[in-house]
Design a binder for this molecule. Sequence first.
Ligand SMILES: Nc1ncnc2c1ncn2[C@@H]1O[C@H](COP(=O)(O)OP(=O)(O)O)[C@@H](O)[C@H]1O
Ligand SMILES: [Mg+2]
Length: 211
Amino acid sequence: MIYQISELQRLGQGCSKIVYQHPEDNNKIIKIMNPDLVSEGGGWQNHTFKSKLSNGVYKQFRRELLQYLELCKTNYHDNKFQFPIETPYGFAMTSHGLGLITEKIVSPNGQGITLFELSRDKKFTDKHAKALAEFYDACCDLHIVYGEVNIAGIMYTESRNNKPEFVLVDGIGEKLFLPIRSLFKSINTKNIRKMQKRIDAEIQVLLNAHS
Ligand SMILES: Nc1ncnc2c1ncn2[C@@H]1O[C@H](COP(=O)(O)OP(=O)(O)O)[C@@H](O)[C@H]1O
Ligand SMILES: [Mg+2]
């Protein structure tokens, strides 16, 4: 079964991916690489060197899947499959390349809401601040590795575990050639705490901005 992208409902878009509602499961989404940015050979257009790297545009999927597998491995004993990152469910074939099927993160208003939108719309309250602090702590604890995380890549939900919760949907997995963050938990924790400071500062700027 190959899904026709033109028939799917678009839910979101970032600088590299487009996100669609899964047509058969309301709780899932399909992420594809923006076809406008992909070259004939499956690399990024305008990146001659990068396009030659293995997996081309799908490298992001690979990083995310490797990180998920690592978490399942580390937590094998507890039979734990859910972490503060979106849960990947597999692949979908689409008219515009391979899609990654993942868990859909929905906010209490029934739509997806990112940390950026919460802050921009001045809807970020104490309950969000507490959930966000718990998110960073859990990422340190679980040794979750990110590349670049931006504030539109962290989403808010209350329906995942019946409590306020933030979930990472973008930038998941080791990006460094020398995987020092994966190898050393202490280095990874330092990186997460650095990101926490940066993101918290960005939230304050958005909250204080005049709309
Ligand atoms: N798991 C998800 N559930 C619901 N919406 C999502 C999910 N992942 C991404 N989105 C929406 O799609 C947008 C782009 O997705 P993202 O993975 O961040 O792509 P990019 O790598 O291009 O930035 C997000 O900012 C968010 O609005
Ligand atoms: Mg993004």
